[in-house]
Design a binder for this molecule. Structure first.
Ligand code: B1M
Length: 222
């Protein structure tokens, strides 16, 4: 990994947002995720590489440490803040600017779940692939998805879940959508999910990552 991507991964892992951020104290005065992302892009690193070789690497490391009780929720929050600062610079690279949309994609993190970084990445990549994205946010109840389908007839729905506990809410949401709007195509994703789980809860597709979601959905409209 290049030096700059490794430094960026460290900033995500340690929650170093930008140069003026006083946190963490041992990195005070150094560039943070904000500056390093801009530098990596200016040096010609493809945005997808910044994402996969720095941002996701840093997030996985902090997640691993959290599992081992070496860091705690405030550290995860700072890591998420650093990730958001970096993603602001990646976003324009994923926007397609296409006049005509391939379709409308409604996305949300299911009820009870506040994780939004993965969902935001999926939204960004779908937008880059020419889809009109309607982001319903986090902690989205099934009924809100149904309202949004009424507001955007014919749209495809994407559900994200990061907690094993909220996988049950994902199942309920898929059932509500399928009993009320049986023609709606539902794709699901998130770290604890598997293809088997997606099939079991009656989703139409499972995507392990944003590119896979884009490929599958683009295939269905073609
Ligand atoms: Co939390 N958290 N968290 N957390 N958090 C996890 C998920 C956890 C695995 C950490 C751990 O224990 N190692 C663990 C879940 C354990 C489990 O359920 N088995 C956990 C826990 C326990 C919790 C709390 C319960 C902690 C507590 O309060 N005691 C709490 C729950 C709050 C709630 O939701 N009700 C909590 C809170 C938080 C923060 C708020 C502090 C923060 C989230 C901030 C935010 O999102 N704005 C946070 C974070 C940052 C994490 C970790 C460290 C990182 C998640 C992340 O953003 N990953 C995470 C550990 C980890 O994943 N390493 C963890 C990066 C992101 C790019 O990946 O979201 O997987 P991911 O998305 C991927 C794919 O999954 C896929 O594409 C993305 C890009 O490849 N994908 C889709 C996602 N959605 C998709 C949808 C699709 C297709 C693909 O189609 C529709």
């Amino acid at each position: 990994m290049s030096d700059i991507l490794e430094q960026l991964a460290v900033c995500i892992e340690r929650g170093k947002v930008n140069a003026s951020s006083p946190y963490p104290p041992d990195l005070r005065g150094q560039d943070g995720a904000d500056e390093l992302t801009q530098q990596a892009l200016a040096a010609g690193t493809p945005p997808s590489e910044v994402l996969s070789k720095a941002l996701i690497v840093g997030m996985s490391r902090v997640g691993q440490k959290f599992s081992e009780n070496k860091v705690f929720v405030p550290d995860l929050l700072m890591a998420a803040k650093a990730m958001s600062a970096a993603m602001e610079h990646l976003k324009p690279h994923f926007e397609s600017g296409e006049a005509k949309h391939v379709g409308t994609f409604l996305i949300g993190t299911v009820e009870g779940d506040l994780h939004d970084i993965g969902k935001n990445l999926v939204a960004m990549v779908m937008e880059g692939g020419g889809w009109k994205v309607v982001d319903l946010g986090v902690d989205v109840p099934a009924e809100r998805f149904l309202e949004a389908i009424d507001e955007h007839p014919g749209s495809v729905v994407g559900l994200s879940a990061l907690l094993t506990t909220t996988m049950a809410n994902m199942e309920k949401t898929v059932h509500r959508i399928k009993e009320t709007k049986p023609d709606t195509f539902v794709i699901v994703g998130g770290a604890p999910l598997t293809n088997d789980f997606a099939e079991k809860i009656g989703a139409d597709a499972y995507a392990p990552d944003p590119q896979n979601a884009l490929n599958k959905l683009t295939q269905i409209v073609n």
